[in-house]
Design a protein around this ligand. Sequence first.
Ligand code: ZN
Length: 492
Amino acid sequence: MSERNQHIFDKHPRRAKRYRIIKIRRFILAVIVIALIALLAIFGVKHLLANNTGYNSESGFIKYSDSLFKSIDGDMELYEPTKVQEYGEPMSFATNLPTTGYEGIDKAVADKWASDKKNFEEDNQTVAQGNQVALVAGYESSGTPYDAEGLAVHTFHYEKIDKEESLTEEVDCYNIATKTGGELTLSQMFFGDYESVLKQEAEAYLTENYKDNLTEDYASKIDSASGNFILTEAGVRFFWNSGTVVTEDQGAIAMTIPYEKFDGIIREDIGKRIIDPSKPMVALTYDDGPSVDDSTDRILNVMEEYGVVCTFFELGERVDEEGDRGAQLLQRELKLGCEVGTHSYSHPNLYELGTDGLQEQAQKSIDAITKAAGQPPTIMRPPYGNGNDEIAQIFGLPSINWDVDTLDWSSRNADAVLEEVHKMGNLDGSIVLMHSIYSSSAEATERLVPELVEQGYQLVTVSELLQYKYGYTPIEVKHYGYYFRDGGEDGE
Ligand code: ZN
């Protein structure tokens, strides 16, 4: 209080009282302003990242990486994180990753970080001193109403080179079957077109929440979130990596769609069908369908009766020709938990086609299956087993052959089919080739399935076999060929 004011107040005590009230009001106002700034700092972390100045010291990096961990919106309560922050010049690393207690998942997360780190070190070998580059990974996790948990690992890639800063964020998703600790495959979670729900919801969500930050081609990038989701308490939480639908400074963004929106599309039995990775498993596969006669239905009847699954590699042309009946068959396959793959559109030798021809086979078969089944195929098998990485990439799917050829297409005899299978002895980890278009193959299935179940085999889909038996996570777009046991490394 100035001397002059003091003087006035001495003469006018009521003014002094009013002044004290004004002071209190100012104090309260200041508190509110500070609180608002603090709230902004907490909720506006992502936006501040765009204007941050990074770090120049070890303590600065600790603070900076902590702020990145905190910028992940989701919950972290489910697992115990371990924080490791390694400052270096110019290269720094920080992780705040969980131990889930599920061996396969922990290994997958650790392997992913190790390979990211190795690539990062290689990419940044030549970065000069005085610059900063950092790789930082944190996570969010959630329980679900199912026998499942969701884990999303966020990886940040920061660099300040010649004072130019950039920060990108990518998300890797793991949906864990809690009873087995294995990763849930797409067909274990959905049997309908979950992508159309994503598309419907995303447009409104993005324009409402990120109106000023949408990228020019955001509409065409919306589907980059398909497959990139975790199940949570509230719904299916999809992620877009930074720079896809919104500008890079927004980081990766998420949208949770409530489960009600997936009514009739999401499985109710998620995590219920137990696959034990330590027990023998085999994948029965059926090419060239759906059948004109009742063979496909007979195969499905067996699957339903024994509560087991298999994989169908369908021909797009056959699906189209069967019309509504074909659609019903494909939907029944998915509903039972079977996997639906593509076997091309019209069964050509893919080695003899150019890029245009391959693209046509891929597009037309994927379209036919998507239209009929309500969801796209999740895997492919080239006709005659004639595939390679290039073909797999054009199809945008993992490509796989078999290791047990029953020769059902040539013998057309159930006894002969069973004999070929028996010749193999141990079937653990095998993929058995049959065709869903012969009644002899349907008969062989009717006899083979009870036999395999009796012997203690778990009958799984091809994607399940790759994940649970061979630990491919996620399934890469490449040709596993006949050598899926070695990751398809030996090519064709
Ligand atoms: Zn075929």
